[in-house]
Design a protein around this ligand. Structure first.
Ligand code: URP
Ligand code: ZN
Ligand code: ZN
Length: 479
């Protein structure tokens, strides 16, 4: 069914203009003024911005972690994402040493199949680089279109890989055209500091932050960047929280290295003092790396504005306060790490970023959508509003006001880290490949309609052959 979105202001990472968008068969087939098409449904977007759908490059849905499993799965998590203006998520597929990669990927397909209401893809964790991995990985990259590999430099005895593994992954990624992602913290030293704190009877949530000081994030970030230089490869640092890490990324980028960074709304908005909330409420704010002293927030906003950090991920990893976070009562190291953020990522960035003059409207679109599409091999199918792109569209009312609350959010979790935050700007309707998933703030999607996305290899976008494609009678050149 054709649709024409009329009367809205189209905003991409580079342009703002008035125009109609004609959608046919899930694709944007024409952009212009006063468009008409027989039988097309007219969607009125008067007073609204029309943004490309958000791309969340960092989620953990239905993930076992810290002796429990995240509350949001691919159904509740992607419904919440859609309410928040996100139309694509890239989730982390966990692996373990000695187990076939293909089995891990199949486990993640089983978790998401029939459930997701928006499009999705996977990053693949690399726990070791064994002969089996060397044999299997090129096949997975080719067949599954998984072109980003995740190495954890922390979580000792759980996910942590050694420097040799990181270096070999960087070499493999260079050869295969993949992007290596790191959780950059010095896990060995953190492990020592945690044991020491517990020995000294320091058990409250605040010690989560105090045993993971920023210098250990900066150190690991710098180490990963140095290994990237040696391997002549490419690196993406997830959830950057502090000045020490931003400085290392900036230094690497000044050398011309292909080093990129992501931060998250929680690090831009919340600070270490939240971990000191009474009645164990600090546990709600336990992320790794931890929330930092407030002054780091300005450094992160500056880095986004200046392009030293490129993307915003939610790091969605939701655990209930009651029954999950409280596993850490009496021992902060047992508090499951992570929080709910998939729904609020987009609107909080608009409200706190654009409305408060910290970032431009174009920078907003770039960091919540376009840059991730480019880095993770989805552009221009996703991440922009252009002829030939998927019609993943957010009709956004920039004046709508609301207060964030667990009472009204759609995530399957009993608290919201932004409880009580008043924000301006909200998605009204959200379309994925031309179909409404959210219509007038109501969910109208269907679990299982989200499609798995095979992604292009890193930096291969410009090498794509120019194809001529005919869609519903409209010919587009350049996809
Ligand atoms: N960030 C966090 O605390 N939990 C999710 C796992 C990770 O990204 O490290
Ligand atoms: Zn992490
Ligand atoms: Zn994460």
């Amino acid at each position: 069914m054709k649709k024409i979105i009329k009367n809205g202001t189209i905003v991409t990472a580079t342009d703002t203009y008035f125009g109609d968008i004609l959608i046919d068969d899930g694709i944007i087939v024409m952009i212009g003024v006063d468009l008409e098409a027989e039988g097309a449904e007219i969607v009125d977007a008067a007073g609204c911005y029309i943004f490309p759908g958000g791309i969340d490059p960092h989620t953990h849905l239905d993930m076992p972690f810290g002796g429990t499993v995240t509350k949001d799965d691919f159904e509740s998590g992607t419904i919440a994402a859609a309410f928040g203006g996100t139309t694509t998520v890239i989730d982390f597929c966990l692996t373990s040493k000695g187990a076939p990669l293909a089995k891990a990927v199949e486990t993640w397909h089983a978790k998401s199949r029939g459930k997701s209401v928006i499009d999705y893809s996977f990053h693949l964790m690399i726990a070791e680089v064994s002969d089996d991995v060397l044999f299997e990985l090129p096949q997975i990259i080719e067949e599954e279109g998984i072109t980003s590999l995740k190495v954890f430099m922390a979580y000792k005895n759980v996910f942590q890989a050694d420097d040799g593994t990181l270096f070999k992954t960087l070499l493999l990624a260079k050869e295969q055209g993949a992007l290596v992602m790191v959780h950059a913290e010095n896990g060995d030293v953190i492990d020592f500091l945690i044991a020491k704190a517990l020995e000294e009877g320091k058990i409250e949530p605040i010690y989560h932050a105090l045993t993971r000081p920023p210098v250990l994030e900066g150190e690991a970030t710098g180490r990963a960047a140095d290994l990237t230089e040696l391997a002549d490869s490419q690196l993406y640092v997830v959830h950057v929280t502090c000045a020490e890490a931003v400085w290392k990324i900036t230094e690497a980028r000044k050398k011309g290295l292909r080093v990129y960074g992501e931060t998250c709304p929680q690090y831009l908005m919340l600070d270490q003092s939240y971990l000191e909330k009474p009645n164990f409420e600090g546990a709600k704010y336990v992320w790794s790396p931890p929330l930092r002293e407030k002054w780091n927030q300005d450094v992160l906003w500056d880095a986004l504005r200046n392009g030293q950090l490129q993307t915003i991920g939610s790091d969605q990893c939701s655990f209930d306060f009651k029954g999950q976070k409280d596993l850490g009562l009496g021992d902060f190291s047992k508090i499951p790490n992570g929080g709910p953020m998939i729904e609020d990522r987009f609107s909080v960035l608009y409200s706190e970023g654009v409305r408060k003059g910290r970032i431009s409207l174009h920078k907003f679109v770039d960091i919540v959508s376009t840059a991730s599409a480019k880095l993770f091999g989805l552009f221009p199918q996703k991440g922009t509003i252009a002829i030939g792109s998927d019609a993943d569209i957010v009709i956004f009312d920039p004046t709508a006001e609301r207060t964030i609350s667990a009472e009204t959010h759609h995530m399957n979790v009993d608290y919201n880290a932004f409880e009580g935050l008043e924000i301006t700007g909200e998605p009204v309707s959200v379309l994925v490949r031309g179909e409404f998933v959210i219509r007038n703030k109501q969910f109208v999607g269907k679990p299982g309609t989200g499609q798995y996305l095979h992604r292009k290899r890193f930096n291969q976008m410009e090498k794509l052959p120019i194809k001529e494609k005919t869609i519903g009678g409209y010919t587009n050149v350049g996809l």
